[in-house]
Every structure is written in C-alpha cells, then in structure tokens.
Design a protein around this ligand. Structure first.
Ligand code: NAP
Length: 292
C-alpha cells in the first residue's frame, strides 16, 4: 500500500509553474491575475478562498477578492463578472460555490467568458470537455488524473467507479477518465448496491461528502482509492479536524494506492486552479480573445 499525497507532486510542479509565471511577467509586464468572487460568509468558502489566494501569492500570481453580502442582487454579481470579462489585467474568474439562495449558480457561472473560466464550470467549457476538445478543465478532476498519472496507475481498460455525479467533480471526472480509456461507472444516491458496484472498481473515487462512507466492503484488494470528500469533524480529543469519505485506517491495507484527507485531492485542486490561471493568461497574451 502506498499513500498518494499531493506534497511531493506539488514540489515537482512548483519550478515549472514558477518559470511559466516569470516568462509571462517578462513578456507582458504584469503577473497573471485571478479574480475571486464570494457571496455570503460561509466559513468553509472563506477558508478555501484564503488557501487559493495564499497559493497564488506563493507562485507569483496576483489575486483579488470581490466579496458580497448574502442578500446581494444577482444583477450586481453579473455586472461584476461582465466587467472582469473585459478587464485586460484579469486572466481568470472564479465564483466560489455554493452560492446562497436565490442566486442561480448556473446562470451566474455562464456569464464568465470561457477564456477566463479557470474553474471549468461554464456550459461551454463543460461541453468542450465532453467532446474531448482543449479547455480549462475543472480543477478537482484534473488534480485526480494528475495524481493517478504520477503514481503511474495504468488507466487504460481499468474499471473506474465514481461515487457522486456533481458538475464540479463526478461528471467532469467521468469524462476525463473516459478520455484516459477507463471503463467508467458513475454511482449516486439512487444507485442500487453501491458497495457491490464499488467492489468491482480498479480505481474507486468517492465524492459524496459523508465521513466513513467507504468501508472495506466497498474495496477490491489491490484497488486505488481516491478520496474527494471534505467534511468537518472532531477528533477524539475534541480538536476540530477535516475528514474524507473513506474509513482510511480500515480501507488502506486493501489498497495499492490511497489518497489521504487532508493532503491528497484538496491541494491538487488548488494547484490545478493555479495551472488554469497561468494557462488562461498565456492564451490571452498570445492573442486569444475574451469573447464577450
Ligand atoms: P455534491 O454536489 O455534494 O454531491 C454529492 C454526490 O454524492 C451526489 O451526486 C449524490 O447523489 C451522491 N450521494 C449522496 N449520498 C449517496 C449515497 N448514499 N450513495 C451514493 N451516492 C451518494 O458533491 P461534490 O460537490 O462533488 O462534493 C462532494 C464532497 O467532496 C464534499 O465533501 C465536498 O466538500 C468535497 N469536495 C472536495 C474537493 C477537493 O478539492 N478535495 C472539491 C470539491 C468537493 P445525487 O446526485 O443523487 O444527490
């Protein structure tokens, strides 16, 4: 069994992305920049955004946060996005999800021009991903595929089972694993015999958000298990902690590879966001237009 942590991979990726940032700065006279939009004061969203801004700062990417109260009118958020679409110093736009009711996530996300859609969540980007065309792919799915490639997990012909069908994780990941020639099954809350489905997986990915969901009865001997879940919990001594979907201690002995929580998919998601920002900046600098 090997624990597939993000840390060594991030260490390897840092020189390459830093070099790209430096080259972009030298050519354009400014750093790549991402604009982050938050609505309301959900504590988890605040922490995720802080993590993203800290990582951007470390890599030399500029970031700017636009924070709105929960009662903001949808038109105000849309007006901000339309302004950022036109702003030449901004390469990427990210709307931190979830958005509070009654804001429409799909409608707001779709106001971002695809060239600046660094979270990969607009209809156009997801359509491109579906077709196998070049795009800024959703960050968590990208991060998972990178982790698998780093571990030299041979994906072609393998049976991947994804539990969870969200637009952020499950669905784009299904497309990306199909592009890697996996045979893909997507399970969800209406699926029958989920444990049996999962036991057929060579690669099992859980994105449910339910601590302890994946137990040894879900896992085939020698499988690779990727834990996307992030739930807040308390350790036995009462300190706050973050846990995944997988009962790590019970499941790990069965696995060839397993990702930890924290320290697995989460940091890879942030790193792939940074990659997308640099990618978007390079593309726009090389004459790709922001289409709105
Ligand atoms: P989500 O929108 O919360 O949806 C959860 C999915 O799990 C849904 O598709 C749901 O099915 C399915 N599900 C719920 N109960 C189930 C059950 N008993 N059996 C089988 N499937 C079940 O999903 P998400 O946005 O992908 O988030 C999931 C978790 O991943 C959360 O903990 C989130 O915080 C975390 N997350 C982590 C990262 C990271 O970077 N590590 C990134 C994104 C999300 P239905 O569709 O039928 O409701």
């Amino acid at each position: 069994m090997r624990v597939l942590s993000a840390a060594p991979l991030l260490q390897d990726m840092l020189p390459e992305i830093s070099a790209r940032v430096q080259k972009f700065r030298a050519g354009s006279g400014r750093p790549p920049k991402v604009a982050l939009i938050r609505v309301g004061d959900d504590p988890a969203s605040t922490i995720y955004l802080k993590t993203k801004m800290n990582r951007a700062h470390k890599i030399g990417i500029d970031s700017e946060l636009f924070a709105y109260p929960e009662a903001v009118a949808e038109e105000e958020v849309v007006a901000r996005i339309q302004h950022l679409n036109q702003e030449p110093s901004v390469d990427g736009i990210l709307v931190q999800l979830p958005l509070p009711d009654p804001l429409s996530e799909k409608s707001i996300l779709d106001k971002i021009v695809p060239e600046k859609d660094v979270d990969g969540l607009t209809t156009v980007t997801q359509g491109r991903l579906f077709r196998g065309d070049a795009c800024l792919a959703p960050c968590t799915a990208q991060g998972i595929v990178r982790l698998l490639k780093t571990a030299h997990v041979n994906m072609a012909g393998k049976h991947a089972v994804i539990v969870g069908r969200s637009l952020i994780v499950g669905r784009p990941l299904a497309m990306m694993l199909l592009h890697e020639n996996c045979t893909v099954t997507v399970a969800h809350s209406q699926s029958r015999n989920v444990a049996t489905l999962c036991r057929g997986a060579d690669i099992l990915i859980s994105s449910v958000g339910s601590p302890g969901f994946v137990t040894p009865e879900f896992v085939k001997e020698g499988a690779t298990v990727i834990d996307v879940g992030i739930s807040r919990s308390c350790s036995p001594d009462g300190t706050k902690c973050v846990v995944g979907d997988v009962d790590f201690r019970a499941v790990a002995p069965l696995c060839e590879f397993i990702t930890p929580v924290p320290g697995g998919v989460g940091p890879m998601t942030v790193e792939c966001l940074m990659q997308n920002v640099v990618e978007a900046a390079e593309h726009l600098w090389n004459g790709g237009s922001a289409s709105e």
